[in-house]
Design a protein around this ligand. Structure first.
Ligand code: SAM
Length: 201
């Protein structure tokens, strides 16, 4: 089977099973950024079934180039491993089975990542941002998906169960705007994408 056909089937299966994979228009933007950045090292927080990491892998630059992606859910992790094997991408994509809040604290790869994609629990984006700034190179790009949380971040009223995540995402947007180490922009496509370039540390 052709590679593109396998990727299409991974996407369809994920959508059928209500796995929240990246939206098409957001993916298009990210792939354009990767095409410009030509990354050698990508870190992804939130693998799900490996769909975004598989799409990103085509844009790695250099023989040793790699994606490290972190997933805490056992079932998702197993599915991601299977999908990556189907496409023979094991040497390009390393899936870590762990809680990223714990794993990242112990990851001693400071100043080495070209691109970091934050796409996991919204309530933890602030922790992820702190570690992402440490792990990114100067000139590196930190991208966070779902920062508008289906419009809730811009809305005056939200159901109680969504308030903590909504407030934390608002803080995330405020922090990336005010942090002098970053040059950030919010792109209102998909579920909202925040892009931050690490200018200095
Ligand atoms: C939005 S999905 C990722 C989608 C994937 N990036 C894609 O576009 O194909 C979020 C994933 O993050 C995982 N996750 C949530 N919190 C996490 C954490 N603290 N550490 C690792 N994975 C986490 C969830 O289990 C879920 O599979």
């Amino acid at each position: 089977m052709l590679e593109q056909e396998i990727i299409r089937m991974i996407k369809e299966e994920a959508l059928e099973n209500h796995v929240p994979i990246i939206q098409d228009e957001s993916l298009e933007l990210l792939l354009t950024i990767l095409d410009i950045a030509k990354p050698n090292k990508i870190l992804e927080i939130g693998t799900a079934v490996g769909y975004s990491a598989i799409c990103f892998s085509k844009y790695l630059s250099g023989k040793e180039a790699k994606i490290k992606t972190i997933e805490k859910n056992e079932e998702m992790y197993q599915k991601a491993i299977q999908n990556i094997q189907k496409l023979h991408l094991e040497d390009k994509i390393e899936v870590i089975h762990d809680d990223a809040t714990v794993y990242l604290e112990g990851l001693k790869e400071d100043n080495t990542y070209d691109v970091i994609f934050i796409d996991a629990a919204k309530g933890q984006y602030l922790k992820f941002l702190k570690e992402a700034i440490r792990l990114a190179k100067v000139g590196g790009i930190i991208i966070a998906d779902n920062v508008l949380f289906k419009g809730r971040v811009l809305s005056d009223y939200n159901e109680h169960k969504h308030r903590t995540a909504t407030n934390r995402l608002r803080t995330y947007l405020k922090m990336i705007e005010e942090d002098e180490r970053l040059h950030s922009t919010l792109v209102k496509i998909g579920d909202g994408i925040a892009i931050s370039i690490v200018q200095n540390k």
